[in-house]
Design a protein around this ligand. Structure first.
Ligand SMILES: Nc1ncnc2c1ncn2[C@@H]1O[C@H](COP(=O)(O)OP(=O)(O)OP(=O)(O)O)[C@@H](O)[C@H]1O
Ligand SMILES: [Mg+2]
Length: 287
């Protein structure tokens, strides 16, 4: 669905992407993670033909990005911050403008507003929408075209947990319909929950790529078992036979309240792999 080979991009003398190799298979939700300024939005803009690049190759829907036809582009939905709405126009009229551009029947605009839970606000001007409503309207605009490929750049940034969950469901529905989703997020919990695979972009390179749980297992340096006892005490045991015997004893005595393996979550791995470098980058910026 998407393929990048040795992709490089620079802005003036700053190389932002340094040889990105990436392959995204149809039907998956792919999450691109990375610190602020890592180049995530830049990569989306290149893949969607909004930015030119210096060297390498990018293919989308099996074609070089420069060769995509108008019909191909109609199969690609893009939700990014800078894709503004016509502020004085109502939600439904905003969608109708897009329906005209994409050659979609107006009936789809109503369906899309229903799908994102904005049917009651159809006549409200875009400027009167809350942040969560605006995000849902933006999503309605891309879902309306029933995309084969969907790019979502931080789709839930700054939203309340209920709206966030609502948007997660809409994204999963797209996957169930066979759509391939490419998203960026700073919310590691969201990435772990939604993504079939994540890639970590740092200093212009992809430094890790796998299913979220696989990434977490890979960086499980401590391999310990954490137990909370019914007495309120916390204990940690090694991953070995002796621990197995202790756990059996505790369990048969009914003394275990909770038990967990110690692999890190995605956020901890993210900080381990990028945190120090981010600090350095900030230092360099203020030097
Ligand atoms: N049009 C531009 N001209 C010059 N530099 C740019 C331009 N767009 C982005 N950059 C720079 O490229 C780098 C990557 O920016 P980008 O927006 O892709 O990061 P990001 O990973 O999306 O960050 P965030 O998580 O904050 O959205 C940054 O250093 C940014 O300042
Ligand atoms: Mg960005």
């Amino acid at each position: 669905m998407i393929k990048a080979v040795k992709l490089c991009k620079r802005f003036a003398d700053k190389e932002v992407l340094s040889g990105i190799d990436l392959e995204i298979n149809p039907g998956m939700i792919f999450g691109l993670l990375g610190p602020s300024g890592a180049g995530k939005t830049t990569l989306i803009k290149i893949i969607t033909g909004q930015l030119v690049f210096e060297s390498g190759e990018v293919k989308v829907l099996g074609k070089n990005v420069s060769e995509l036809t108008g019909e191909d582009k109609k199969q690609i939905g893009i939700m990014m911050d800078n894709h503004g709405m016509y502020e004085r126009m109502s939600c439904i009229d905003n969608l109708k403008i897009f329906a005209d551009i994409y050659g979609v029947p107006y009936s789809k605009t109503v369906e899309a507003l229903n799908a994102v839970g904005l049917a009651g606000s159809a006549k409200k001007p875009a400027m009167k929408l809350s942040k969560g409503m605006r995000a849902r309207l933006q999503l309605a605009r891309v879902l309306m075209i029933s995309p084969k490929l969907l790019f979502l750049d931080e789709p839930t940034s700054g939203l309340d947990p209920v709206t966030m969950k609502y948007i997660h469901k809409l994204i999963l529905d797209q996957k169930a319909n066979g759509c391939t989703v490419f998203l960026t997020t700073h919310n590691m919990e969201e990435a772990a929950e939604l993504c079939d695979e994540v890639a970590l972009l740092n200093e212009g390179k992809i430094i890790e790529r796998a299913a979220p749980d696989k990434v977490c297992r890979k960086y499980n340096h401590r391999k310990r078992i954490k137990i909370h006892l019914t007495t309120g005490e916390d204990i940690e045991l090694e991953h070995d036979q002796k621990a197995g015997e202790s756990i059996m004893k505790l369990m048969s005595d009914g003394r275990i309240e909770t038990i967990h393996s110690s692999e890190p979550d995605l956020e901890t791995v993210f900080i381990e792999l990028t945190g120090r470098k981010l600090e350095n980058a900030e230092e360099a910026e203020y030097a």
